[in-house]
Write a protein that binds this ligand. Sequence first.
Ligand SMILES: NC(=O)c1ccc[n+]([C@@H]2O[C@H](COP(=O)([O-])OP(=O)(O)OC[C@H]3O[C@@H](n4cnc5c(N)ncnc54)[C@H](OP(=O)(O)O)[C@@H]3O)[C@@H](O)[C@H]2O)c1
Length: 348
Amino acid sequence: MVKQMAKVFVNGYGNIGRRLASALSRDNEISLLGIAKYTIDEQILEDLKNKYDIYVPENLALKYKSSIAGSIEEAVSACDLVLDAAKEGEGYSNKIRFYQPLRKPAIFQGGEERHGERAVAKMIHNSRVNYDEASGKQYVIQGSCNVSGMGKVMQPLMESFGDEIQRYDVTLVRRWADLEDSKEVKDSIQWDKNPHHQEDVKDFIPHANLYVEAFKVPSRMMHLHQMIVRFRSKAPTRDRILDLFTKEFAVAILNSAKGTADVRMKAIELGFEHGDTNMVHIHQDVLRVQEETLKIVYSDDQTGLVIPENHLLLQSMILRRPRSEAVKRTDKLFRISDKKRLLEREFA
Ligand SMILES: NC(=O)c1ccc[n+]([C@@H]2O[C@H](COP(=O)([O-])OP(=O)(O)OC[C@H]3O[C@@H](n4cnc5c(N)ncnc54)[C@H](OP(=O)(O)O)[C@@H]3O)[C@@H](O)[C@H]2O)c1
């Protein structure tokens, strides 16, 4: 008997949606039903026509009927899972309007709410921490790029040092816009009165004594985090810390990059798809151990990191696959181990 492939619909085709669609279109065990376009004209249709089936809101369906595959509602109805990549906050309306009435499971992105009236799901996924818990769930949020990066660094530390760690203080230096964005990058350093990242991480690492501050800076080239980890007594050695991360999936250890742009430009030069590394990069040259304090600096590929995370999450939700097997498939699709080796060699 021929096994039916899971049909996935990407609802939203911005920076994240376009990456999700191009990755899934290369995955031979997923059938990508198509993508949603909310802003449309003849040029956009022309550019996308040989790539994906396009679905549009009902009010545009008649006008463009000869070039599209159908309406958003039809796509949701026909798929097995929606990857919602809507602009921040729109995921909630999509859930109420389409996913709930049509009983379709959906993955939401990190800009959606976890708590309050507009909450879309009861769980935030981080593949390093709670992959198994997503198995069979109807709605899950994939943590944002900053939240995903923090989980990837904190979890190995927690597993190795547990109660020896007193607290984590993380300063997020956030890029203003993505490379593809047309919005202006303002010459300012902007603070955040109440960064959501702290509570989001505590959603999947509830006992962490974690404090987060976030600053947005005029850059398009990745986020940079400084994580200060205070131990109850002397902190472990640098070598022990680096050892811990050597084999971590989607964590590279670099030694000679001078800034986030070096890493992004190298990814572009090496021909990585979309210029993404799909990982976090620990900068060994500025990793410091001082008495009871460990200071880790890592850059976080804002657009690329969450794409393999979504791919892992869908394998947990609808394929109910063990994590080790899912990681192998995701690694193959995104070439993450190869990219890690290349980057580590380039920035040795
Ligand atoms: N950018 C990042 O680095 C990043 C990283 C991690 C997580 N995220 C999260 O991922 C989500 C998407 O971010 P993004 O950067 O991809 O945003 P984006 O580039 O602004 O794209 C959002 C897209 O949403 C589409 N859209 C409009 N109304 C919609 C609706 N009702 N349902 C579905 N799609 C709709 C728009 O389509 P049209 O162009 O057709 O109008 C637009 O292209 C957000 O929750 C964000 O917080 C972003």
